[in-house]
Design a protein around this ligand. Structure first.
Ligand code: FES
Length: 145
């Protein structure tokens, strides 16, 4: 039911961890299942994403999609990173079962939340980026990560 790529990224997730002093960090949660994801981005002066890391308290599909999402945004400009939608992540993973599509949204939302934080810190507006609706405050659950 899962593609080989999903199993690979779930078994060997890329870019797990934190970035110290990140350019942007965003935490989102999925109200449906209660899973949480935090994304860290390191963005250079030219607006290129140099490093992306994540931590998730989530299911296997959430781990695989965030692993792939971090791989896809690395080396991209902020504008290009906005095009890394959950659809693009799913395509790169050769698909997800329909019941797991919402998990891939967590990865997209986490990237957006981290970009929003970056824009806010730098006083810039990223065209096409909307304020994350699902940003979670530091919570007891997150402390478990
Ligand atoms: Fe919660 Fe997949 S079931 S993110």
């Amino acid at each position: 039911m899962y593609s080989e790529k999903v199993i690979d990224h779930f078994s060997n997730p890329r870019n797990v961890g934190e970035i110290e002093d990140p350019s942007g960090v965003g935490t989102v949660g999925n109200a449906k299942c209660g899973d949480i994801m935090r994304m860290y981005l390191d963005i250079d002066d030219n607006g290129i994403i140099r490093e992306a890391k994540f931590k998730t308290f989530g299911c296997g599909a959430a781990i695989a999609t965030s692993s792939m999402a971090t791989e896809l945004v690395k080396g991209k400009t902020v504008q290009e990173a906005l095009k890394v939608t959950n659809k693009a992540v799913m395509e790169a993973l050769d698909g997800l079962p329909p019941v797991k599509v919402h998990c891939s949204l967590l990865a997209e939302e986490a990237i957006h939340a981290a970009l929003w934080d970056y824009a806010k810190k730098n006083g810039i507006v990223i065209e096409g980026l909307k304020e994350p609706v699902d940003d979670i405050e530091e919570s007891a659950e997150y402390d478990a990560l």
